[in-house]
Design a protein around this ligand. Structure first.
Ligand SMILES: *[C@@H]1O[C@H](CO)[C@@H](O)[C@H](O)[C@H]1NC(C)=O
Ligand SMILES: *[C@@H]1O[C@H](CO)[C@@H](O)[C@H](O)[C@H]1NC(C)=O
Ligand SMILES: *[C@@H]1O[C@H](CO)[C@@H](O)[C@H](O)[C@H]1NC(C)=O
Ligand SMILES: *[C@@H]1O[C@H](CO)[C@@H](O)[C@H](O)[C@H]1NC(C)=O
Ligand SMILES: *[C@@H]1O[C@H](CO)[C@@H](O)[C@H](O)[C@H]1NC(C)=O
Ligand SMILES: *[C@@H]1O[C@H](CO)[C@@H](O)[C@H](O)[C@H]1NC(C)=O
Ligand SMILES: *[C@@H]1O[C@H](CO)[C@@H](O)[C@H](O)[C@H]1NC(C)=O
Ligand SMILES: *[C@@H]1O[C@H](CO)[C@@H](O)[C@H](O)[C@H]1NC(C)=O
Ligand SMILES: *[C@@H]1O[C@H](CO)[C@@H](O)[C@H](O)[C@H]1NC(C)=O
Length: 424
């Protein structure tokens, strides 16, 4: 709620010249990301893309439910909570059939955090997610959480049971549920005491094959399912000498979450900062324009910046306008809003909020060939109504991999903002 007050008074974008921020107490956490949507033979993994879409839809459905519960209202332009997205229906609705291949690639994904103290502490691999606000990890009493580090409250002397449970239902009918604890949580040297988190005792099958053992949400308290302050908010409150900023680099090599500042070696030039357009709990920027090969095609829309989502989604009519400007583009799967374009002549799709155009590289746009040798590649921008309003896009890793991104929670008196800079 304090965010609401802080934000509505200052919604004008601003841009101030400054040099990269350096803070001696800032920390860098190496992270790894994988693109599960492209198979090793460079074809598109259609079923996996539909699964992820259903997860995204239900993630935002849960976010809306949390916002309504935490703030007593829905975001601007949202009138209803959408129904659960049904995986079976979307899989049946897809036009093409591709065999389901589980990559089962156990390479790392996410970054390490520790929970507990001293010899009682354990290392968890988590996905850093700007599109949610809770921390959850597998519980030692989970039967179906796969082979991952698990939290055992009896092994941590600093663990405090909050005598609460949580339960999230997914579109495939499965649910994740568990108990709520507080304990000491550390990301590098950034250590928070009394961090509320969920230890999951029943996990959705969606997560079982995901090497990440949990999620650390970097969003705002309004979207918290546990109705408690997210890790970063606690970190910035408890470590007053830490700059209330984190930088994210999602790239092929040296990906990192940098807490307490920005890594000046990871980007060049200035960081173009833009004040958030909404205080609903998301990292959301307004006034966006989408361009194809340098020509503006859709303007004045909202964008939610989500590191926990793989690709980019826009309202189906907006996305149709984008692909209409791409020679050779075709609808690939109408039900699921997927389009293809000629692999040999990829368009340059870019987003613009202020002065700069931030382009998606050909590599980051390409989710793989529709079929081996087809010459058509599936684009990492799909049409999908997310239930967040008719002009809201969701920009995931396919966008974030092209930029250095800087998320500023804001010192008292200044508004939260997101900045983008050119990767070094
Ligand atoms: C943008 O914000 C970041 C983080 O607060 C700051 O380090 C940077 O200097 C700002 N950029 C400009 C151009 O003011
Ligand atoms: C709400 O909808 C109006 C009309 O479409 C639009 O101008 C405005 O940007 C939207 N606001 C948000 C926060 O989505
Ligand atoms: C999902 O859709 C399928 C096919 O339309 C239907 O059989 C099934 O009952 C639905 N499941 C849920 C949980 O709504
Ligand atoms: C996480 O920690 C484990 C050891 O506990 C290490 O093997 C792994 O490389 C670390 N992963 C990352 C992404 O830092
Ligand atoms: C579980 O993980 C441990 C440590 O990473 C490894 O040694 C073991 O082989 C794994 N077991 C299975 C069944 O994957
Ligand atoms: C949880 O319940 C136990 C047993 O009733 C109690 O000792 C403990 O104080 C409770 N924890 C909290 C955070 O209320
Ligand atoms: C969670 O919710 C689902 C659906 O409402 C229900 O089937 C399940 O029993 C619940 N689990 C727990 C642990 O409350
Ligand atoms: C953590 O919680 C305990 C017990 O509720 C309290 O004594 C302590 O001051 C809290 N620590 C912080 C840093 O908030
Ligand atoms: C900063 O970024 C550079 C370039 O990506 C990298 O080599 C370095 O390890 C990063 N981390 C820190 C703490 O400087």
């Amino acid at each position: 709620m304090f965010l609401t007050a802080a934000l509505v008074v200052c919604i004008l974008p601003f841009l101030v010249m400054a040099t990269p921020l350096r803070a001696d107490n800032a920390i860098s956490i190496p992270i790894r990301k994988r693109n599960l949507l492209t198979r090793t033979d460079n074809t598109f993994n259609h079923d996996q893309a539909i699964r992820q879409k259903v997860q995204v839809l239900n993630k935002y459905r849960t976010n809306l439910i949390n916002i309504r519960r935490n703030t007593g209202r829905l975001p601007v332009n949202v009138t209803t909570i959408p129904p659960l997205a049904n995986l079976t229906r979307f899989l049946l609705g897809k036009r093409q059939r591709t065999p389901l291949v589980d990559l089962n690639d156990d390479s790392e994904w996410g970054g390490n955090i520790t929970i507990g103290t001293g010899i009682d502490s354990k290392v968890f691999l988590v996905d850093f997610d700007t599109g949610s606000a809770d921390l959850w990890v597998p519980s030692s009493s989970c039967q179906n959480c796969g082979n991952k580090t698990a939290y055992d409250p009896s092994q941590s002397s600093t663990s405090v049971s909050q005598n609460a449970t949580f339960n999230i239902t997914y579109g495939d009918g499965s649910s994740a549920s568990g108990s709520v604890y507080t304990d000491i949580v550390a990301v590098g040297t950034v250590t928070v005491s009394n961090q509320t988190f969920a230890a999951v005792t029943t996990e959705s099958p969606e997560f079982v094959n995901d090497p990440a053992g949990g999620i650390l949400g970097l969003g705002f308290p309004a979207i918290s399912n546990l109705h408690s302050d997210p890790f970063l908010i606690n970190a910035f409150n408890q470590m007053s000498n830490l700059q209330k900023v984190f930088g994210l680099k999602l790239a092929k090599t040296a990906s990192e979450l940098y807490i307490g500042g920005t890594n000046g070696s990871a980007f060049t030039g200035d960081i173009e900062n833009n004040t958030l357009s909404s205080a609903d709990g998301f990292w959301q920027l307004g006034g966006a324009t989408a361009l194809v090969d340098g020509v503006a095609k859709v303007s004045e829309f909202q964008t939610v910046i989500d590191s926990g989502t793989t690709i980019m989604y826009g309202p189906p009519d907006h996305v149709g306008q984008i692909y209409a400007a791409v020679p050779g583009a075709q609808v690939f799967d109408e039900t699921n809003g997927l389009w293809s374009y000629p692999c040999a002549t990829p368009p340059t799709i870019a987003f613009q909020w202020l002065a700069n155009q931030w382009s998606i590289s050909a590599e980051n746009l390409n989710l793989g060939e529709t079929a081996l040798g087809s010459g058509q590649c599936v684009g990492a921008l799909a049409g999908q109504d997310l239930g967040l309003g008719s002009d809201v896009w969701l920009l995931g890793d396919s966008f974030l991999k092209n930029v250095y991104s800087v998320f500023s929670v804001g010192e008292p008196g200044s508004s939260p903002k997101i900045g983008f800079a050119t990767l070094a």
